[in-house]
Design a protein around this ligand. Sequence first.
Ligand code: ATP
Length: 477
Amino acid sequence: MSDLFEKIVSLSKRRGFVFQSSEIYGGLAATYDYGPLGAELKRNLTQRWWQAMVYRHENVSGIDASILMHPSVWKASGHVDAFNDPMIDDKTSKNRYRADQLIEDHIERLRKKGKDEDAERVYEALVAALNSENMSQGLYDIIISEEIKSPDSGVADWTDVRQFNLMFATHLGPIQEADNKIYLRPETAQGIFVNFHNVRETARHQIPFGIAQIGKAFRNEIVARQFIFRMREFEQMEMQYFVKPGEQMEAFEAWREKRMQWHVDNGIRAGRLRWHEHEKLAHYADAAWDIQYQFPIGWQEVEGIHSRTDFDLKSHQELSGKKLEYFDQQTQDRYIPYVVETSAGLDRTFLMTLCDAYTEEEVDGDMRSVLKFHPAVAPIKVGILPLVKKHGMPEMAHAVEADLQEHFHTFYDEKGAIGRRYRRMDEVGTPWCVTIDGDSVEDATVTVRDRDSMAQDRIPADNLATYLFDKLRNWKA
Ligand code: ATP
């Protein structure tokens, strides 16, 4: 793990963004809990996503489907048969890896060494293997011929490559039998497909229209390291957009642009975002691009934009025997719509937001650690700091806080030197601190300190909310 990544992980724990799940029992691999500040950041991100996707598009409605679904759903979607990752074991260390990722890491190492031609050759072999009939054998052959060694033991003592289904299975009801086996959903999308008609009819949508959803998904990942980047229980923010067949590429391009802009609008540096085209298209897709972010652990996917054709609706129609067609009143056409989906990981968006905001800088000879969040996503918007604990300052500070709580998440702190209190607020990314001093009590003015410039404005306490709203609206990184 890079130093920077370690610092972010440690800050997350120390300041209450993310904790290991069940920590007092030694934790549970690849599951995490969001602490007080993490829960706020997550909420702000989901609110902004919902606003951008649902409120700003009249033809997009939101739903909240259940995690448990009829087992036939996963048969129709292809997950029972094909939601596999290729795994390989190191016989010496007994550690397990994803075969395709071992090869990707190898390609990355070749690139770093300037061996671009070799990297390209292996990359082409990887794409061919992923798309071949016998993917496992293809991947195994590359690992052997490239003499790829295990990252832990340093030797090449490999088992065969096997396919591993990532779905978590459980049973419905008290008796565990094969015919009541169900799954925890591995993606939120299927809850949308099976509700296609329900939403279309009740929201009175015509094609093109979208259905959006935020919810948990579960994948029994083979290797789940790297903090909240790859978890076994995570959250997705997905939207499926239904279009007339033939019009999917136009919608695909439009949503691609909007989704990239959303991340930039959240304050993420555009230079750390890029597009990546899938090497292998999923069985249902006719185009697929990922938005990647330059994490301290390298460029990694945050969101996928996929053109899913009519695969899902068509297979649900076949397996359920229920028509999932759309009838266009104007043209009198009847068809199964095509689908463009935008599928963002909430936890990865969270991690990206933390990484992008994390800053260390020198101020007057001291180092300060600041999270330069966009104020709209900052867990605490305003710190309320009475200069001292007497002379009416705490009383006035509480009154100011009560006023601001109507609109913003605030944090009251009267303990310690004011400089230290500012630093504590900087460290968790609070964009503004309101200080109440001796003059405030006399003339009803307060000081607002800006996290990034550290400049201070003196303003009437009555204008505070309006002042902060203006700042929020006009904020530029
Ligand atoms: P990866 O290749 O990294 O496993 P994926 O291509 O399987 O991801 P999708 O099925 O496209 O991912 O899921 C959409 C989004 O859900 C991803 O862009 C990612 O942000 C998020 N996601 C997927 N798997 C996980 C996971 N195990 N932990 C956290 N987020 C995840």
